[in-house]
Design a protein around this ligand. Structure first.
Ligand SMILES: O=C(Cc1ccccc1)Nn1cnc2ccccc21
Length: 333
C-alpha cells in the first residue's frame, strides 16, 4: 500500500505544517501537525475543557462506531519548548492520504497547554518518531507509521516541506519526481527514539566548507534550525547588523538584508543541503524593525535540531530499515 497527503504551512512564518487526517466512523476530520520529533498521535477531544479550546476540531469517541476505549491507559507528553498535553486513549480507524490504520491508538486530550490552545489551526499531532518514546502507559502504543508499516510497499515515509506552499508527506514509496540529483543516505541512531544523525559540517555562503561533526535530529515538529554556538556565530558574523537580541529570543537581522545561504553536509560523499538565504529570515521578530533568524543556538538543549528551516530545503526519506538499519535520505529539490 501507499499513501500521499498534502501538508501546508499554518502561517506566513512557516511556523508549523498541518495535514488532513480522518479519525473514526463516520470520519471525523482533523488538521494535524506531523511531527518526526515525537511519537504520540493525539487530538483535541470532547474531554478537552472548553476554556482550553479555541476553535479546534474535536474528537468525540462516542460518535465513532469503531472507537474502543483502551481501559486503564493514559498518556502525558511534554515537548522541548515546554508545551504539554495529556489524556485518555482509544483505538479507532485513522486514515491519512488514502492509507488506513485500523486499531490505531488515538490519544484524546483531556488537557492541553496554552500554546496548543492558542494555535487554532492545529487540532493535534501525528508523531512520526520511533514508537519506543510513545507515552501511553502502562501499555506503550505504536505510531501511525509503525501501525501501517507491514502494509507498505516499502517501510519508508518522505517529507517534502515547502516555503509558503503546499508540500507532501508520502508513505511507502519514494517519488522520484520530487527531488533533483541523487538521494544521499546516512545512518540513523534511534537509541533516544528520534531520527538522529550526524551532519559532516557546514558552509556559510560560498566560504570554505567547515568540517565539524554535528549530531542532531531531523524534526518536522520544530520550526527552527538549532545548531551549536560556533556554527551560529560563524553565520551571523557574516551578516551586517545581526545581533543576538535576548528580548527577541535569539539572533535577529535587519529585515531588508539579503542573507547568505547556509549549507550542511550529509553522508560520506561530500553531499550538502543548501538553505537559500531568503529562507533564513523568519520575518518580523516582534521588536524593532528586525527579523528573526531561522538558525538559532541549540545552546542548552542537549541536542541539535534540524527543524523545518532545514527540512524545507530538502526531500527527506525517513527509512525505518529496508536495509535493517534505519537511515535518513537527503536530496536537494
Ligand atoms: O519542542 C520542540 C523544540 C525544542 C525546543 C527546546 C528544546 C528541545 C526542543 N519541538 N517540538 C517537536 N515536536 C513538538 C510538538 C509540540 C511542540 C514543540 C515540538
Amino acid at each position: 500500500a501507499k499513501g500521499s497527503v498534502v501538508t501546508t504551512p499554518i502561517n506566513s512564518e512557516d511556523e508549523a505544517y498541518d495535514a488532513p487526517v480522518s479519525i473514526g466512523t463516520p470520519a471525523q476530520p482533523f488538521n494535524l501537525d506531523f511531527d518526526t520529533g515525537s511519537s504520540d498521535l493525539w487530538v483535541f477531544s470532547s474531554l478537552t475543557p472548553s476554556n482550553e479550546r479555541n476553535g479546534q476540531n474535536i474528537y468525540t469517541a462516542s460518535r465513532s462506531s469503531t472507537a474502543k476505549q483502551l481501559s486503564g491507559e493514559s498518556w502525558k507528553i511534554s515537548y522541548g519548548d515546554g508545551s504539554s498535553s495529556s489524556g485518555l486513549v482509544y483505538s479507532d480507524v485513522v486514515t491519512i492520504g488514502g492509507l488506513t490504520a485500523a486499531g490505531q491508538a488515538v490519544e484524546a486530550a483531556s488537557r492541553v497547554s496554552q500554546s496548543f490552545t492558542s494555535e487554532s489551526a492545529t487540532d493535534g499531532l501525528v508523531g512520526l518518531a520511533f514508537s519506543s518514546i510513545n507515552t501511553v502507559s502502562p501499555d506503550q502504543q505504536t505510531t501511525f507509521f509503525d501501525t501501517v508499516k507491514p502494509s507498505l510497499a516499502s517501510p519508508v515515509f518522505t517529507a517534502d516541506l515547502k516555503h509558503q506552499a503546499p508540500g507532501t508527506y508520502n508513505f511507502g514509496f519514494i517519488d522520484k519526481s520530487a527531488f533533483t540529483g541523487s538521494i544521499t543516505y546516512t545512518p540513523v541512531d534511534n537509541s533516544q527514539g528520534f531520527w538522529g544523525f550526524t551532519s559532516t559540517g557546514f558552509q556559510v555562503g560560498n566560504n570554505d566548507f567547515q568540517q565539524e561533526s554535528i549530531t542532531g535530529i531531523a524534526d518536522t515538529g520544530t520550526t527552527l534550525l538549532l545548531l551549536p554556538d560556533d556554527v551560529v556565530n560563524a553565520y551571523y558574523s557574516s551578516v551586517n547588523n545581526a545581533q543576538n537580541d535576548q528580548s527577541a529570543g535569539g539572533f535577529t537581522v535587519p529585515c531588508d538584508t539579503s542573507l547568505p545561504d547556509f549549507s550542511f553536509g550529509v553522508g560520506n560523499n561530500g553531499a550538502m543541503i543548501t538553505i537559500p538565504g531568503s529562507l533564513m529570515n523568519l520575518g518580523p521578530s516582534g521588536s524593532g524593525n528586525s527579523c528573526f533568524g531561522g538558525l538559532q543556538s541549540s545552546g542548552t538543549i542537549g541536542t541539535n535540531i534540524f527543524g523545518d528551516v532545514a527540512l524545507k530545503a530538502a526531500f527527506v526519506v525517513f527509512d525505518s530499515g529496508s536495509q535493517g538499519q534505519p537511515q535518513l535520505g537527503w536530496a536537494s529539490k
